[in-house]
Ligand binder design. Structure first.
Ligand code: UDP
Length: 366
């Protein structure tokens, strides 16, 4: 039997383990005391509500294979993510849609009128947007950008939006109808019993041995006994930061509990620069099929990562890409190690991207 070592038990590592476990032996190292990476969910002790411990995860994809694959491990409940944004004391609808535009400009535009109006606000001097700000000015104009994106993005990324790639803004649509579904992906849902159950099922095969609380360090890893190693941790950590640290944003949460319903929605963003947190998530709204008298909600703050912080968002600034290229050269020299997932590839991947990529990689080893 082939023997594989997988470092990390998030989606990247767990999909590889699940796919290869039927006819090979898998050893998995996980530095935390639980499986599932940042998708981990657990019942909150105070309220009984299933909480997304590392922040909200709403499954969404346009990949039917991924959608069918994930449902082997959970009952996916249909869920549409509808996000609100508070700016200067008013509640608006996100992503920017006809309701947002009409409310913000105090109009009753039709779709065609709104489109023409927004086009008239576009900065015509920008041909191909080179950064986040240019992308916004071209597509929605200055006022909407200032209200909903400038302050929020500065808080989330800790830098001027001119320093960020245009691709970050392209994640969000602008709509000239009243569709307020945050995502454009046709397949969306939340697993009925949370995400942890998915990982438990994926990793349930007796050929998989999981070592929790086992942190990877280059020194105590003897890779020679494995046919292949799959590494899903941060790429810079693998090389002990020898070319420097890659820029990541981390988030941290301030927990509150109360009776009833705090904000009436799962996620409300706070667009004003002066509000110190970026958003509040109230987790009972992620499981509308459950009933809870109490509620638990989290104010989310964003900051630069320090040594022991959990890396969340790869910044990918010019300097980061230069460092990344040096690590990639080293990776190319290493035999029998595959780097995959958000942290090991240092890419802003969503859950479905990670799963699709891991399925493809696993295929090569089957
Ligand atoms: N964004 C913003 N205001 C919002 C929501 C998002 O400025 O109310 C920006 C922010 O820079 C974010 C990007 O748009 O990183 C993409 O949004 P998305 O919701 O995809 O970000 P995620 O939280 O998934 O990283």
């Amino acid at each position: 039997m082939k023997k594989y070592l997988i470092i990390g038990s998030g989606f990247a590592g767990s999909v590889i383990a699940e796919q290869l476990s039927k006819d090979s032996l898998i050893e998995m190292w996980e530095e935390r005391n639980h499986i599932g990476g940042n998708c981990y969910t657990e019942r909150d002790e105070d309220t009984g509500i299933n909480i997304h411990k590392y922040g909200p995860h709403i499954f969404n994809t346009d990949n039917v294979n991924v959608w069918n694959y994930i449902q082997q491990f959970c009952q996916m409940m249909s869920y549409v993510n509808r996000v609100k944004s508070i700016y200067r004391g008013q509640v608006y609808s996100l992503p920017i849609n006809l309701h947002t535009i009409n409310q913000f400009f105090n109009k009753t535009f039709s779709p065609t009128q709104a489109k023409e109006f927004i086009q008239s606000l576009s900065d015509a001097t920008i041909d191909s947007p080179k950064n986040f700000e240019e992308q916004a000015l071209k597509f929605i104009g200055k006022d909407l950008y200032q209200a909903f994106f400038y302050g929020y993005t500065k808080k989330q990324w800790g830098c001027e939006p001119t320093e960020l790639p245009a691709s970050i803004l392209k994640r969000l649509p602008v709509r000239f109808n009243y569709n307020d579904n945050y995502y454009t992906m046709p397949l969306q849902g939340i697993p009925k019993n949370g995400y942890t159950e998915i990982f438990e099922k994926m990793l349930s095969h007796p050929n998989i041995t999981i070592h929790l609380n086992k942190r990877f360090t280059t020194n105590d890893a003897d890779f020679s006994t494995y046919d292949q190693v799959f590494y899903t941790g941060p790429v810079d950590a693998f090389f002990e930061y020898k070319f420097g640290r890659l820029g990541y944003r981390t988030v941290f949460f301030e927990k509150h509990t109360s009776e009833g319903d705090f904000q009436g929605n799962a996620v409300i963003n706070y667009a004003d620069e002066e509000t110190p947190f970026t958003r509040i998530h109230e987790h009972k709204h992620f499981t509308p099929w459950e009933e809870h008298e109490k509620t638990v909600y989290f104010k989310e703050f964003s900051k630069e990562t320090e040594v022991e912080d959990i890396p969340y968002y790869p910044k990918r600034l010019t300097n980061d890409i230069e460092i990344l290229e040096k690590y990639q050269e080293e990776i190319n020299k290493l035999p029998k190690i595959t780097f995959l997932g958000r942290l090991a590839t240092y890419r802003y991947m969503d859950m479905h991207h990670v799963i699709a990529n891991a399925l493809e990689i696993a295929q090569k080893f089957k």
